[in-house]
Design a protein around this ligand. Structure first.
Ligand SMILES: Cc1cc2nc3c(=O)[nH]c(=O)nc-3n(C[C@H](O)[C@H](O)[C@H](O)COP(=O)(O)O)c2cc1C
Length: 84
């Protein structure tokens, strides 16, 4: 599963391109995702977002912290792509 956070659509476009090239990947808007428990079943989790003031946006950092707490020690591949 791949999550994106995108204000103007740049990160969305990148997420869409990646999803098309690594087939079977669904892209999910981070801002509207509520069921974090779903992530436990994933083999691979992607985060695509833009750089805000030299960092990730707060919503992404918050999600990342919750995600890492949930999947701690599970064998799940996590990757991030940052647009700037
Ligand atoms: C509040 C804000 C802060 C930003 N800070 C940076 C930054 O520190 N470095 C950078 O390279 N781009 C920065 N940008 C530009 C965005 O990262 C860039 O336009 C990105 O492609 C936007 O992606 P999106 O359309 O998916 O939101 C910033 C944009 C915004 C709105």
């Amino acid at each position: 599963m791949m999550f994106y956070f995108s204000g103007a659509g740049n990160s969305y476009a990148v997420a869409k391109q990646i999803a098309e090239s690594i087939k079977d990947e669904q892209i999910i808007p981070l801002a509207r995702f509520e069921d974090l428990k779903q992530c436990e079943k994933a083999e691979r989790i992607g985060l695509v977002f833009s750089c805000y003031d030299g960092n990730a946006p707060d919503i992404v950092l918050d999600f990342k912290n919750k995600l890492f707490n949930l999947i701690d020690k599970k064998n799940i591949y996590v990757f991030a792509v940052i647009t700037a």
